[in-house]
Ligand binder design. Structure first.
Ligand code: APR
Length: 171
């Protein structure tokens, strides 16, 4: 049975087997979590992302999919890059957001990762409302096959933390 834990903090300072990056399709970095992961992970992470772009993901990593690279200088073995959907007021992209969690867990299970740390995917630059994103994230993790021992959500501020804590209690 996978345990779900919440912490407030910076995901790049977590120790876990895998850290999940809220990437974009280019896999070549950005701001927010992406910027922090590449800054602290160092050039080795970007080098492997570039290699993925030159091979399996010539057109970029599609939204909702996940792929692993080295974690470089981060306190982890792998970074799992996943591309969240941009929130839309007119189109329901919930399943694409859920897919980010499901696919990241599938990749983590294949790697043999026991602990996986997630940020609140799509809730920053991609503007997904936090409460709804927390509901989708927890639902996806709870319904995924128990691929890992611990799923840790690393929330950057108190409002994010409280949104996840409320959803965790709403069993
Ligand atoms: N640790 C944990 N959480 C963080 C960190 C961090 N170091 N930095 C930001 N966050 C939080 C944000 O507050 C937000 O709640 O992670 C959540 C996701 O925000 P973003 O990083 O902006 O990711 P997302 O909304 O999925 O947008 C992805 O932003 O950075 C670019 O290259 C990235 O184009 C992609 C887009």
């Amino acid at each position: 049975m996978t345990s779900i834990t919440l912490v407030q903090g910076d995901i790049t300072r977590q120790h876990a087997d895998a850290l999940v990056n809220a990437a974009n399709s280019s896999l070549l970095g950005g701001g927010g979590v992406d910027g922090a992961i590449h800054r602290r992970g160092g050039p080795a992470v970007l080098a492997e992302c570039r290699a993925l772009r030159a091979s399996r993901y010539g057109k970029g990593l599609p939204t909702g999919q996940a792929v692993a690279t080295t974690a470089g200088d981060l306190d982890a073995r792998w970074v799992i890059h996943t591309v969240g959907p941009v929130w839309s007021p007119t189109e329901d992209r919930s399943d694409l957001l859920a897919s980010c969690y499901r696919e990241s867990l599938r990749v983590a299970g294949e790697l043999g990762a026991r602990t996986v740390a997630f940020p609140a995917i799509s809730t920053g630059v991609y503007r997904w409302p936090m409460r709804d994103a927390a509901r989708i994230a927890l639902e996806a993790v709870r319904s995924a096959p128990a691929a890992v021992e611990e799923v840790r959500f690393v929330l950057f501020d108190t409002s994010a933390y409280e949104a996840f804590a409320r959803q965790l209690d709403d069993r």
